[in-house]
Write a new protein. Sequence first.
Length: 281
Amino acid sequence: MSQLSMESLSIVARQLPQLFAIILVLILGSSHAKAGAIGVDNRHPIDQYALSHSMSPDEARKKFGASGRIMCPFGEASAFLIFKSNIVVTARHVLFPEASMGGYAGRMSISRCGFEVSDGKGSKWHKVDVRSFLYPDAKQRSLTDRFDWVVMRLSEPVTEFEPYHMPSKPVSAGDKIIMATIRQDNFLPDDWNERILSDCRIRAIDNIDGVAASGIRTDCSSGHGASGGALLRQGPQGLEAVGVMSSMSASCTKFNRKRCYTFAVGFEPELVAAVHKLAGE
């Protein structure tokens, strides 16, 4: 065997561990992408959702116009207007990753953020007052933790769309809900802000740390991009947000009703108080 061939084999041998690691990541990444469906995938781009609910796309985009995209350095995710036209809620882990989330780099200072809303024809960015962030002081302990929320105030109110209402009554297992997020993995619309909607149900209510309804388990399908989205239900005054999308259990590659679910943070008293505080009430 030539010296060149021996050197080539030696290089390949030294790189085998890295090659195996890359292959493993690709396999796990592919498996995770396919894990978006819980039983049956119930997600639809907003145009398809509108058609199946006897609405025009414009009507649907107006109805769910409070759902948009939050974008800060190092990350973007779903977010939504709540209670007032200048109050936005999203998942805390999209801004401040914790060790339990993977890729933990410590609590970082955020210098700028924007919140984007869209009517399907164009979009508008609204500046976030980064000094206004309110979130629990406690360290997030797991992927299904009641601490995974952050409330913020916009520098100016959104005038294009109405915010979602606060919950008018407690949630219960079996309640019909709508999950509203920005585009998730494996969806083709060009605009990252284009909404993905799904009709689903609350499966169970968790009382984490003894706090009533602080966790919500659902049958909503989800994937990367859903974090920070709204769980909605029809209330007496219109759509009201009852939860903040947080995570999906890891056992969803094969449907298991007990172990496979999407988790959302409920509107517990601390979250409600933070919204009212930023609203000046």
